[in-house]
Structures are given as structure tokens and as C-alpha cells.
Design a protein around this ligand. Structure first.
Ligand code: NDP
Ligand code: AKG
Ligand code: MG
Length: 740
């Protein structure tokens, strides 16, 4: 249950691995925080929690949940906000349906997901689900811009303990392929709205017969908003994918497609579906009506196709046809070759910010269907940001893998607030129903943009508001001043949107008298320069838009630190208040699988430790709570100790895991508090706790080790039972007694 009064710190309840970790870590945090009079509440933004909150009338009183996302959405607009935000699932349709099935099996009387809504009631139900789908949480909570970097201690540790890196060969055949026409970048139009143009705009499709279909009414654009409109041509995309399938086969390498099918919940699942069609299109042609009747849809991926076919009378025949068609295609890059899960199985596995850095770290290698590593054609249909990965791969081919022992670091300042750019574009993205012209009509009647489109094209509008842009530039100025290092705006004056941003950025830098401290470079050149800089062991700040914020804060950390889980991720909220995100990655479904199979959780909570330290120090300043400051500083010392003493979780069963790392975090935190001299009340309070933890180390570690090795029952995947999770994640009675 959520708290009704706003606590000092709100810790989010999420999904998968980080949520399992919370079952062990949160009791520790609460106990320690209480000593400083700091309350720590929770708000549920998990996928299951959001589904439950969306259908109150279907549920019993006991099952109902408040709409915590809405509550948090308000909180982050107030100066009171102090939120620790863990990664949550941005659900693809298969994930949403799986969560729903689980809830139904637990007795929640929820409606099925209407795959093909016909009646008004079905359409209304579908609309409720669509609001839960994809990246539905982050854009609501991110009411500030993003400051992501590795804490100095974390970076030093990574240099002293370099992770493994694959070897790059200059004649690696791995490369990036992207479209040169007809894509989002090529079709983009962008303008900054004047005061006269501000207000409610309308997006409409004018058919070739002159009919007007309103796609979206009342899209509010305040003055000074940069509005981009563009579309992906379905025809150009299909032709491009067919070419790439053929070229990959010819080159004898793996075919891989990299999209953001979770966050870009409207556009990218359709792009993914085109890739599925590029492989098994002939099967859909041959069995079109039958497959359709069985509910098959290429956008849901190959796993869904196989599952639907399994229930059809023509099962054997269709499976044989699929196998025959696939035999003619190039081998697919695998998400999990042991389990036969391909790149085209499930859209939510196609997450470019995680997939490409892993491939680059591995020396340009992906896993093939035969379980061996191979070079890959990395297909990134839209060319807006593909050049970053292309340049990174070129750099590694020319200069070899990055050396984590000597490499510098790329920090990020990202434009993110108020649903900036593409990541806020879902409500204004449409799969075009019929040919015509999509145009945006502004409040004063001006036509902002016009695009000739065909049926199936994906049209979208994205916006970046003036205040967030100004705040972002100021954050860049502040961060550059703090680091006194190279800082680059990754903007390309030949791209419509970037040209508008440059027109905002330049005068702001001039007015602040700091023009000479920044460079403005297109993403490809910025990547080259940044690699050059970090190869010299130096620091560079990448000042980017929202998409590159996401991509770069996985790419560079994964190369520099081996993971993005250890990132410091601060969101300075625009109305005051702070949100502290943990790490820069996701909710690691693979880790949950391992816990369920062998009761070992390799999730690293270092991101949570970093966020907690920042959150407490922030609280100390805004609430003038000196004890919170001591607590926060002790968190930093404890985090350093966890690193120095190698107390981070190991990957393999039988070795220390997430729970051990939490025990040591508590031990070092208590010791730091007991020995500090700034606040004697706190040192007196924590001395016995530190003593008890120290004395019981061996017993606690033995309890934790004994818990591992056999399957763990959490009572659910998306909606586990709290008592079961707690017993799995807190197996040491000795530790539990001490923590209380
Ligand atoms: N901020 C947010 O809310 C975000 C949410 N997501 C969501 O997360 C889910 C999974 O996304 P995906 O792209 O697979 O990315 P993940 O970051 O969850 O997983 C990729 C890999 O990164 C490693 N990893 C990530 N975090 C940790 C950690 N704390 N400790 C140890 N290893 C870690 C793991 O590698 P290994 O298995 O080798 O140990 C993991 O398999 C999706 O549902 C997505 O929508 C994704 C990004 C951000
Ligand atoms: O919101 C999401 O879907 C993912 C966010 C993400 O990947 C990030 O912020 O790094
Ligand atoms: Mg990301």
C-alpha cells in the first residue's frame, strides 16, 4: 500500500530485478533514515500496479490501488519532491498482455487486451491499456533535465578493476546500415512557434478526395516551442529492409535490427513489424486470412507468431513454411541463443540503447543461432542517430577496443523535461490510414507543416518547450563550469530540428559569455571527438537531446564501467525538487529468471546507493536537516567501501549476490555513522547497530549463502506476493532482527 501523506523521500515500487532488490534494501534504508527523522514512502509505478489502478470499477475494494503515477506526476512539479526513481518496465504489448494474464490468474477481474477493438466499449478499454503501454512513466516524472555521469569513486574503481572487453579487428564486417531517404530524419520539418502561433493546434489528414480526418485536436503548444513534424515512409522502409536482408545474406553475417520498441511505443513496434515481415512476409501472404483470424500480427514478433500457429489446425504446414522461408534468410542475431530467442521474437527485447553498446563492448560480435559469435549488420532504419553507432564502430575498428583501465569519461546533460523531443511524441504519432497530406494547423490558422503521405506511413510530431531548453543550456553551463572540461552540443545544423535548437543555444551561450567553452558538432563528429578525448583519459560532456541522452548514457558507461547500472542520474526538477534515478539501464529481466531458477540475484544496487546518497544530501539542504547530511555522506563512504572491498554482486550462483551487497552496504553505512564525529547522537545511535552487524558478519553471510541454489518462489512475475518476495530476499533472520 502507498502512503497517504507525502513522506520526505518517495522510493518507487517498480518491476523485475530492481523491485526484488528493494525488498531487501528498502527495510535497511527505512531503519537508517528513521534515525534522522527522515520518512521514506513508496509509490507504485510497476506495470501491474498501473494496470490495477486503471480499472478500479472492475475490482474489489481490497484489490483497488490509487493511481500513484498521477500522484507522483503532480509531486514532481512541486518543490517538495524528493523521489528515488528505479527503472520500471516500459511495456510492449506482449509484456502488457502477460502482466494482465497474471493478474487475471490471481483473481483480478480485468478485461482482456482488445487486440482489434470494434465496439466503443472495446475502444475505450484499449485506450486505457494504451496509456499504460510503452514508456508511460518516465515522460510523466521527468519534469527536469538530465544529468548523468559516473561518480568519481565509481570511475576510479572501474579503472582499477577493468572489466573484460572483446577484441576489435580492423577487418570486422560489423557495420551500421541506415536509410538515406524517406526516413524520419530526411522528412523532418521544424519551426519555433511565435507568440501569435501559440495555442491549440490541430493535426489533420487531408485525403486525396479532399476529405479531412482530424488525427488529433487541441495539441497545446506555448510560444517558443520547437515543433518537429516528420514521417517514415512505409514503402521506403520495406525496400530498405529487403535490401538489408539480401545484403546481410551476401556478406555472410548476422542480421540485427535495433529500435526502441518500448519507449517509442507507437512508431517502433510498427518498424519492428516491418522487419518481421521482411523475414516471414511470404508466410503472412500465403496464410493471410487464417493468420489474421488467429490474431497473428507481425508487430508482435516471431514468438507470438509461433504461439498463434501452435493453436491452428494447419500448424505443421505453416511451421514448415516458416522454416522454409527462414532458411533463405540470413542468420539472425540472437537475444538468447541457448533458448532460441531471436532478435525478431519479442519487440521489448529490441532496445537499441542496451543492445548496441553490448555488441560494441563485445568487439562487434553478436550471438548467432548456432550459439557462436559472429559479425553483424546493425540495421537502424532511421538515420537521425545511427551515425553515432557507426562512428563508434569505425573508431573501434581503427583504434581497437576502449581500455577501461585508462579511458576517460563522457558525461551527459540531456534535454528531457516536459516530454521533450521524440520521447514525448507518442500522443501525436499515427500510422497513416490512407494516402493524402498530413498537416498541422496552428491556433491562428497558420499551416505549420505539410507532408504527402501514403497509407501505412508513420507520421509524428514532437515538441521541445522553451523553458526546458533554457534550463538545459543552463545545466550544461553549470556542469561545464564544475568540470572545466570539453563540452559539446551534439547538434547537426543540417537536420531541421537541430538547426532550431542551435538557434536557441547560441544566443544563450553568448548571453552567459561562455561561447568559447562549448563546441557544437553533428553527432558523427561529436562521437569521433569524444572517443578521441576519452582515449586520452580525459572527460567530455555530451550535451544532447532526449534520445541521445538515453543512447549515450548506456553506450559510454557500458564501455567505461562495464554497465550503466552504476551511473549517477540526477533530474533537477524545473519547479524545484529533485528526482534521483538509479543507474541508466533497465529492469534486467534476465536477472529475475536467474533468481527464479537458482535463487541468485545478480542485480547491482550501486545505482540505488548513489541515488540514495544524493537524495539524502538534497534533503539536508532543502529541509535544513543536518542529520540527513551526515546520513548522506555516510552513504557515500559506504558505497566507496562496497566498491573497495569488492562487495558488489557476482554473476554466478553460490557466490555473493545482491543480498550480500546490501548487508555489506548496511554494515559500512552503520560503521561510517558510528565513527563520524559531526553528530554524536547519530554516532551513539548507530554504534550498537554497527557492532551487531560486525559481530554477526559470518552468520549472516552463511544464512545468505544457504538460501541460494534452488528455485525461488515469489508468487508472481509482474505482481509477486510481497510476503514471498520478502522471505526470498530477506533469508537471514539474524540480519532481519538487527535491522528490525
Ligand atoms: N529508466 C527506466 O525506467 C528504464 C526501463 N527500461 C525497461 O527495462 C526493461 C529491460 O530493458 P533492457 O534494455 O533489457 O535493459 P537492462 O538494463 O534491464 O538490461 C540489460 C543488461 O544490463 C545489465 N544490467 C542492467 N542493470 C543492471 C544492474 N543494476 N546490475 C547488474 N546488471 C545490470 C544486465 O546485464 P547482465 O545480464 O549481463 O548482467 C542486463 O541483462 C524493459 O522493460 C525496459 O522497458 C529500460 C531502460 C530504462
Ligand atoms: O522510459 C523508457 O522506456 C526507457 C528510458 C531509458 O532507457 C533511459 O532513460 O535511459
Ligand atoms: Mg536508456
Amino acid at each position: 500500500m502507498s502512503d497517504t501523506n507525502t513522506p520526505d523521500i518517495v522510493y518507487t515500487k517498480v518491476d523485475e530485478a530492481p523491485e526484488l532488490a528493494s525488498a531487501s534494501l528498502l527495510p535497511i534504508i527505512r531503519t537508517f533514515a528513521a534515525a534522522a527523522g527522515v520518512t521514506v514512502g513508496t509509490r507504485d509505478i510497476s506495470l501491474a500496479g498501473r494496470i490495477i489502478a486503471a480499472f478500479p470499477e472492475q475490482l474489489t475494494e481490497a484489490q483497488r490501488q490509487t493511481d500513484d503515477l498521477a500522484v507522483l506526476g503532480e509531486l514532481v512539479k512541486s518543490p517538495e519532491a524528493n523521489v528515488i526513481k528505479l527503472p520500471n518496465i516500459s511495456a510492449s504489448v506482449p509484456q502488457l498482455v502477460a502482466a494482465l494474464k497474471e493478474l487475471q490468474s490471481q483473481g483480478f477481474d480485468l478485461p482482456d487486451y482488445p487486440e482489434n477493438p470494434q465496439t466503443d466499449a472495446e475502444k475505450a478499454t484499449r485506450a486505457r491499456f494504451d496509456a499504460i503501454k510503452g514508456s508511460a512513466v518516465n515522460p510523466v516524472l521527468r519534469e527536469g533535465n538530465s544529468d548523468r555521469r559516473a561518480a568519481v569513486a565509481v570511475k576510479n574503481y572501474a579503472m582499477a578493476n577493468p572489466h573484460s572487453m572483446g577484441k576489435w579487428s580492423p577487418d570486422s564486417k560489423t557495420h551500421v546500415s541506415t536509410m538515406s531517404a524517406g526516413d524520419f530524419r530526411s522528412n523532418e520539418q521544424s519551426s519555433t512557434l511565435t507568440a501569435a502561433q501559440a495555442g491549440d493546434a490541430r493535426i489533420e489528414l487531408v485525403g486525396r478526395d479532399g476529405s479531412v480526418t482530424v488525427l488529433k485536436d487541441s495539441v497545446n503548444y506555448p510560444a517558443g516551442t520547437v515543433v518537429d513534424t516528420t514521417f517514415m515512409s512505409a514503402r521506403a522502409l520495406s525496400a530498405f529492409l529487403a535490401e538489408q536482408v539480401a545484403a546481410t545474406k551476401e556478406a555472410g553475417i548476422l542480421f540485427s535490427i535495433h529500435l526502441k520498441a518500448t519507449m517509442m511505443k507507437v512508431s517502433d513496434p510498427i518498424l519492428f513489424g516491418h522487419a518481421v515481415t521482411a523475414f516471414v512476409g511470404p508466410v503472412f501472404e500465403k496464410y493471410g486470412d487464417k493468420l489474421k483470424a488467429a490474431g497473428a500480427n507481425p508487430n508482435a514478433g516471431l514468438a507470438d507468431l509461433h504461439a498463434r500457429v501452435a493453436g491452428m489446425p494447419e500448424k505443421d504446414e505453416i511451421e514448415a513454411e516458416i522454416a522454409a522461408v527462414m532458411a533463405e534468410r540470413p542468420p539472425l542475431y540472437m537475444v538468447n541463443s541457448d533458448k532460441g530467442i531471436t532478435n525478431l521474437h519479442v519487440p521489448s527485447d529490441v532496445i537499441i540503447d542496451a543492445s548496441l553498446p553490448a555488441l560494441i563492448r563485445a568487439g562487434g560480435k553478436g550471438w548467432g543461432p548456432d550459439g557462436t559469435e559472429a559479425d553483424a549488420n546493425c540495421v537502424i532504419p532511421d538515420s537521425s542517430y545511427a551515425s553515432v553507432y557507426d562512428a563508434a564502430i569505425e573508431d573501434c575498428k581503427a583504434n581497437g577496443a576502449i581500455d577501461p583501465a585508462t579511458v576517460g569519461t563522457v558525461q551527459n546533460v540531456g534535454l528531457m523535461a516536459q516530454k521533450a523531443e521524440e520521447y514525448g511524441s507518442h500522443p501525436t504519432t499515427f500510422e497513416v490510414p490512407h494516402a493524402g497530406m498530413v498537416r498541422v494547423v496552428l491556433a491562428n490558422g497558420d499551416i505549420l507543416s505539410e507532408h504527402e503521405v501514403e497509407a501505412g506511413d508513420i507520421w509524428r510530431a514532437a515538441s521541445s518547450r522553451k523553458a526546458p531548453i533554457e534550463d538545459w543550456v543552463q545545466l550544461a553551463i553549470d556542469r561545464q563550469a564544475a568540470e572545466n572540461c570539453q563540452a559539446i552540443f551534439w547538434l547537426d545544423e543540417t537536420r531541421a530540428h537541430d538547426a532550431q535548437l542551435i538557434a536557441h543555444v547560441k544566443p544563450l551561450l553568448e548571453a552567459a559569455g561562455v561561447t568559447d567553452r562549448f563546441r557544437i558538432l553533428p553527432p558523427r563528429e561529436a562521437t569521433h571527438v569524444s572517443f578521441e578525448t576519452i582515449r586520452k583519459g580525459e572527460t567530455s560532456i555530451a550535451v544532447t537531446g532526449n534520445v541521445l541522452r538515453d543512447y549515450l548514457t548506456d553506450l559510454f558507461p557500458i564501455l567505461e564501467l562495464g554497465t550503466s547500472a552504476k551511473m549517477l542520474s540526477i533530474v533537477k526538477l524545473m519547479n524545484g525538487g529533485g528526482m534521483f534515478e538509479t543507474g541508466a539501464g533497465g529492469s534486467a529481466p534476465k536477472h529475475v529468471q536467474q533468481l527464479m531458477e537458482e535463487n541468485h540475484l545478480r542485480w547491482d544496487s550501486l545505482g540505488e546507493f548513489c541515488a540514495l546518497g544524493e537524495s539524502l544530501k538534497y534533503l539536508a539542504t532543502v529541509k535544513n536537516n543536518a542529520k540527513a547530511k551526515v546520513l548522506g555522506e555516510a552513504v557515500e563512504l559506504a558505497t566507496q567501501q562496497v566498491l573497495d572491498n569488492d562487495r558488489s554482486p557476482s554473476r554466478r550462483v553460490g557466490q555473493p549476490d545482491n543480498r550480500d551487497s546490501h548487508f555489506y552496504f548496511a554494515l559500512y553505512w552503520a560503521q561510517a555513522l558510528a565513527t563520524q564525529t559531526e553528530d554524536t547522537e547519530l554516532s551513539a545511535h548507530f554504534a550498537p547497530l554497527a557492532k551487531a552487524l560486525t559481530e554477526n558478519e559470518a552468520a549472516i553471510v552463511a544464512d545468505l549463502a544457504a538460501a541460494q541454489g534452488s528455485p525461488a518462489d515469489t508468487g508472481g512475475y509482474y505482481h509477486p506476493e510481497p510476503a514471498k518476495v520478502s522471505s526470498v530476499m530477506r533469508p537471514s533472520e539474524t540480519l532481519n532482527k538487527i535491522i528490525g
